[in-house]
Design a protein around this ligand. Structure first.
Ligand code: GLN
Length: 475
């Protein structure tokens, strides 16, 4: 394998700045690999190197980045994995992508994803499923499956995805890489094609924790075009910690008990990782998050409710697909939506519309919002006693393509351990913690809002102790 590909993104950035590596050469090495992709990880690959116009001395100068399809990028197809947006090339660029480009990171590719980020396996993409590089008969997780598979397989040095209810952490876990779901509001949502606006967050997919910190550093910040974005308190530091001395980790039995349906191999790995954490000086104790088991139920009302409103704009008038309505406007709308949306998206629109309809609003949407508040309170009181909450990221390793397609509830259960943190708006990271039957397992650490520096530090110390080697799938 090309030794350029062996460099982490942080190492590549350093070498380019030192003049040891040529930015155009690095871009071309990845561009060729991405163009030859057999995993269906991409929906678009840059036709040529844009490295000539890169800002001199920019911190990420020349380190290419792959970006989930749903980030609007000017002039480049941005389709959110949907047929209804096929061929849509936005006239503007998402803030997060513009920031990375200002920091010197050129756009390498757009990555495949579940349609409008709805899914946990990437099988809901209008552009076909993505294959897991560890076993091509298996899913990479979702909805940011293309980003996860691309980074794991070394088709991109790093990538960006979004997490609404697990879509960064779960595919990162299933592909054996690092995925960070930032605090809600840390990154601007401007230019991200919306799924559920009160939950959607952009975040990094990387080979290691240091890369995650570096990429995240250049994504954060308040944006006047997203009123829910916030000034990040302080700088994002590169992690240095080598131990976990003095840290109190809570294991929430409400999630890790029988209700979670955690596979034996995943459980074994989780327990071994807990032991490692103890060896590094952390104290581990059980903790309670009594409302967290209701998170999925609340999520599957709130997220579809917001989606049904956000997706109302796709009507054949403004973007992408239009199916002729024989001069009848309403018929044009409905035919366009009939043909343009996939089955899962339609299911969510119906669920959400129902939950918001008059007479049911209080019973469904209102109740779900109350549960959401309870879950946030659970975390708040847990963080009085604990620095971080830890769980496996996903109850299972990567499953066979097609295995859960006919059973939406089984598919939704993949996010049992990830959704509570999304509803609470807090920070959480997944790091690879080993293999079960030859497939990667992820370990999740969740911390309070804006605890990313501490979280990255702890994840870094643990990553060193775990010593996971994902290089074998970067062939
Ligand atoms: N799998 C969850 C869903 O289908 C979460 C998706 C996400 O985080 N975008 O909604």
């Amino acid at each position: 394998m090309n030794e350029l590909i062996d460099l982490t993104a942080t190492q590549a950035a350093e070498r380019i700045r030192a003049g040891d590596v040529d930015a155009a050469e690095l871009f071309e090495a990845y561009r060729e690999r991405a163009a030859a992709d057999e995993l269906n990880a991409f929906t678009w690959v840059a036709p040529e190197s844009p490295t000539n116009g890169l800002p001199a001395n920019a911190p990420l100068r020349g380190v290419p980045v792959a970006v989930k399809d749903l980030f609007c990028t000017e002039g480049v197809p941005s389709q959110a994995g949907s047929k209804i947006l096929e061929g849509y090339r936005p006239p503007y660029t998402a803030t997060v992508i513009a920031k990375l480009s200002d920091a010197g990171a050129p756009l390498l590719a757009k990555t495949n994803q579940d349609e409008f980020a709805m899914g946990s396996s990437n099988e809901n993409s209008a552009f076909g499923p993505v294959l897991n590089p560890w076993d091509r008969t298996r899913v990479p997780g979702g909805s940011s499956g293309g980003s996860a598979a691309a980074v794991a397989a070394g088709l991109a040095p790093w990538a960006i995805g979004t997490d609404t209810g697990g879509s960064i952490r779960q595919p990162a876990a299933l592909c054996g890489i690092v995925g960070l779901k930032p605090t809600y509001g840390a990154c601007s949502r401007y230019g991200m094609i919306a799924f559920a606006s009160s939950l959607d967050q952009a975040g990094p997919f990387t080979r290691d924790v240091t890369d995650a910190a570096l990429l995240f550093r250049h994504m954060v910040g308040r944006d006047r075009r997203d009123s829910t974005s916030l000034d990040y308190p302080g700088e994002i530091e590169l992690p240095r910690a080598e131990d976990l001395k003095g840290l109190r980790l809570g294991v929430p039995e409400d999630l890790t008990g029988a209700a979670g349906g955690i596979e034996p191999g995943v459980r074994e790995n989780f327990e071994a990782t807990i032991k490692l954490a103890e060896g590094l000086g952390a104290s581990i104790e059980p903790c309670r998050l009594p409302h967290a088991p209701q998170a999925l139920s609340a999520y599957y009302l709130i997220a579809p409710a917001e989606a049904s409103a956000n997706l109302a704009r796709f009507d054949g008038v403004r973007y992408g697909l239009r199916v002729d309505g024989d001069k009848d406007l309403i018929r044009m709308y409905s035919r366009t939506r009939e043909v343009g949306f996939g089955a899962e998206v339609k299911r969510r629109i119906m669920l959400g519309t129902y939950a918001l309809s008059s007479g049911y609003y209080d019973a469904y949407y209102g109740t779900a919002q109350k549960v959401r508040t309870k879950i946030a309170e659970d975390f708040r009181s847990a963080f009085d006693r604990f620095d971080f909450i830890v769980t496996p990221t996903s109850p299972c390793v990567a499953f066979e393509l097609g295995a859960k397609l006919d059973d939406p509830l089984a598919m939704y259960l993949n996010d049992f351990l990830a959704v509570p943190m999304s509803l609470a708006g807090i920070a959480a990271i997944s790091i690879p913690s080993g293999l079960s039957d030859g497939l990667p397992v992820g370990f999740q650490l969740a911390g309070p809002a804006f605890s990313e520096n501490r979280l990255l530090d702890a994840a870094h110390a643990l990553e060193r102790a775990i010593g996971f080697d994902g290089s074998r799938v970067r062939v």
